[in-house]
Design a protein around this ligand. Structure first.
Ligand SMILES: Nc1nc2c(ncn2[C@@H]2O[C@H](COP(=O)(O)OP(=O)(O)O)[C@@H](O)[C@H]2O)c(=O)[nH]1
Ligand SMILES: [Mg+2]
Length: 246
């Protein structure tokens, strides 16, 4: 069996967790050879998120330091699977698509897969101001990091755990999402971005558009000029250009 850890950051998402966890297709994953664990990171919730997750059979990791990046860092340290898949605890990301994403990961020999929500059919789910900010940040991100990712802010990734262990990712907040993508692509891991469905959020939004947008912009420049020496791999042909969704 292959091993998969689904890592879900959750700040006061008790009302959403039952349907989020119910949407994970455990039987189908098992049929396709994946032994799956679910790690919910309770990021200092006050609504019983941790208890709800535990009752539903998830492993719960407590991260008292607030922040989307802090939550993921704790979740990835706790994850044991050879492959890690992520997504918000707010019912927006299609966990039911995981078997398809994993098949593509394996068949295209991808090391870091991310997803694109900015495709036809999803326009209802994202506020116009958020998609505009995302287009802008993604364009700057592509220019600085010379990758071709359309959705720099997507929170659904499927990647081999060793990739995380070799990356220098520092953001504690929402910028974690763009940083892990840019770190993985710059270090030369074989990456791929594929379209997904994106749904309307349940419950309360945690993102603060102005504060998080400004911080993301600052982080792009800091990261671009950062002097680190990642374990680079030779950049092979970019599988993103060869991916045919048909
Ligand atoms: N923004 C934010 N989200 C957090 C934090 N800790 C955990 N999360 C979870 O991370 C996910 C992303 O937050 P969300 O409000 O959905 O942001 P958006 O999807 O970018 O609009 C959700 O599942 C949150 O519950 C935190 O400190 N801040
Ligand atoms: Mg969300």
């Amino acid at each position: 069996m292959n091993t998969l850890s689904i890592v879900i950051p959750a700040l006061n998402e008790a009302e959403n967790l039952p349907s989020v966890l119910a949407s994970i297709p455990f039987a189908e994953l098992k049929d396709e050879g994946w032994q799956t664990e679910v790690v919910v990171v309770d990021n200092g919730s006050t609504d019983g998120t941790g208890e709800v997750a535990r009752t539903l059979g998830a492993r719960v990791v407590h991260q008292p330091a607030r922040g989307y990046g802090n939550a993921y860092r704790a979740g990835f340290e706790a994850a044991t699977g050879d492959v890690i898949a992520t997504g918000d605890a707010d019912r927006t990301y299609p966990f039911d698509a995981l078997p398809r994403l994993l098949r593509t990961l394996v068949s295209h020999d991808v090391e870091f897969m991310t997803t694109n929500r900015l495709v036809d059919g999803n326009s209802e789910a994202m506020k116009t101001s958020h998609s505009l900010a995302n287009y802008l940040l993604s364009a700057i991100s592509r220019t600085l990091f010379r990758n071709d990712l359309r959705d720099s802010q997507s929170g659904m990734w499927v990647f081999r755990r060793y990739v995380w262990q070799r990356l220098d990712v520092r953001s504690t907040g929402m910028a974690f999402s763009q940083e892990i993508k840019n770190a993985a692509t710059r270090a030369g891991y074989r990456y791929l971005e594929i379209p997904i469905e994106y749904r309307k959020r349940g419950g309360q939004v945690k993102l603060n558009a102005f504060r998080d947008g400004t911080e993301n912009l600052r982080q792009l420049f800091e990261h671009n000029f950062r002097r680190t020496h990642p374990v680079r791999r030779p950049v092979l042909s970019n599988p993103a250009r060869e991916y045919d969704p048909a």
